[in-house]
Design a protein around this ligand. Structure first.
Ligand code: S3P
Length: 420
């Protein structure tokens, strides 16, 4: 796919529903007795993995992703290994769910997911009493889970991770006694919010979350647009010299808006308005062209912008001065090694960027000349360099763009709608 420079960016759009919340809604509503009604679920490659796995385990779904009735799954033993595709959220959170269910299940993934760390979720679940084994001394998929009776645990994460925290909490609501998770920095709290709304026994004290065995109650709610998908369009409007975009009905959970706050601190003209806030804050974002200053990002800010960090390199290329991201080693463990592929691809399109083990730095302003890049099958890298192409002098050609369907089906159609 070749993305050519665009003259103007304008429009009022909606982005696809939030991926993180959609996975959680599918899993957690399948764990409660009674019928939940969820509107506006994301229908993407990743969330369909979760949907199909729960269906295989006796899930009760009625309707479509615009309005889905979800009843308690029977949680029968699966007859085949359960395929998580590219989806880390499916593999890690399902491990937590299945740890508390009777039966033996195998979770496996595609090549990228098979190389991503799983010990961080397997170790605490084993400590709670689940019998789990996985490749390479319990560190990589496939993993085999024999679930059943669990006991609470007190677990401190060495790296903030909403996926690991959520896996432990979803096991914790099925365990005897109290389960506590503490993180070094706060990660996204969608699981905690849904647990609260579904009547779970949960208390949250900043970086420490405590749950007890709970019967979840059905819920009715609508999932907002995904701020991580919106981030690409916001960056486009801010960095384009002739751009204005309004994005409606987007999730504005503080654990996810770090990138917006960072852009604003760099000088971006972005307005946020929260219109509704239960169980998740939802609102409108208006983004306009802006002159940016370089910025330094350290480890405390990383979890609130984890999926947007490669976009900071793009903003840094346009900003006056130096932009540095450090303490972001986790980026190497995402769908691709996002530090290495971001740096390699920027160099291929004529942008100078320095690579650190745990981040990158970039001197701006620089012009993006254009050239050929590879998405390495990573949805967020495909979208980042598509935006870079629209902002470039000569255009950017990207291979493997179908990866965008992992989180943002219709991404290229949305670009066509807003670019003139
Ligand atoms: C997610 C959490 C993040 C994020 C991922 C989705 C989630 O991962 O990168 O895209 O839904 O909980 P970690 O919290 O493991 O860093």
């Amino acid at each position: 796919m070749r993305l050519l420079p665009s003259k103007k960016v304008a429009g009022e759009i909606a982005v696809p529903p939030d991926k993180s919340i959609s996975h959680r809604a599918l899993m957690m509503c399948s764990m409660c007795s009674g019928v939940s009604v969820v509107h506006n679920l994301l229908e993407s490659k990743d969330t369909l993995r979760t949907f199909r796995i729960i269906s295989e385990l006796g899930g009760g779904f009625n309707g479509d992703f615009d309005r889905l009735e979800i009843s308690q799954a029977s949680w029968k033993e699966s007859s085949e290994p359960l395929y998580c595709g590219n989806s880390g959220t499916t593999a890690r959170l399902m491990a937590g769910v299945l740890a508390g269910k009777r039966g033996t299940h195998i979770l496996f993934g595609d090549e990228s997911l098979s190389a991503r760390p799983m010990r961080r979720v397997i170790a605490p679940l084993k400590e709670m009493g689940a019998r789990i084994s996985a490749r390479q001394e319990d560190s990589l998929l496939p993993m085999c889970i024999a679930g059943g009776e669990l006991n609470g645990c007190d677990h401190s994460l060495s790296v903030a991770s909403a996926q690991v925290k959520s896996a432990i909490l979803l096991a914790g609501i099925q365990a005897e006694g109290v389960t506590t998770v503490t993180e070094p920095h706060c990660s996204r709290d969608h699981t905690e919010r849904l647990l609260q709304s579904m009547g779970a026994r949960i208390s949250v004290n900043e970086k420490r979350v405590e749950v007890e065995r709970s019967e979840l109650l059905p819920i009715r709610f609508s999932i907002p647009g995904d701020i991580s998908s919106a981030a690409f369009l916001i960056a486009l409007a801010v960095l384009h010299e002739n751009g204005k975009l309004t994005i409606r009905n987007v999730g504005l959970n503080g654990g996810r808006t770090g990138f917006l706050r960072l852009l604003i601190s760099m000088g971006a003209d972005i307005e946020l308005e929260v219109e509704e806030s239960s169980p998740e804050p939802v609102g409108t974002i208006v983004a306009r062209p802006s002159r940016l200053r370089g910025v330094k990002v350290g480890s405390a800010l990383i979890p609130s912008m984890i999926d947007e960090l490669p976009l900071i390199a793009l903003a840094g290329a346009f900003a006056e001065g130096t932009t540095t991201v450090r303490g972001a080693g986790e980026l190497r463990k995402k769908e691709s090694d996002r530090i290495s592929v971001t740096v390699q691809n920027f160099r291929r399109i004529g942008v100078e960027i320095h690579e650190y083990e745990d981040g990158f730095s970039i001197e701006g302003p620089q012009r993006i000349m254009g050239g050929k890049v590879d998405s390495y099958g990573d949805h967020r890298i495909a979208m980042l360099f598509s935006i870079a192409g629209l902002l470039s002098e000569k255009g950017v050609e990207i291979t493997n763009t179908e990866a965008v369907g992992v989180s943002f089906p219709g991404f290229f159609e949305t670009l066509e709608e807003v670019c003139r």
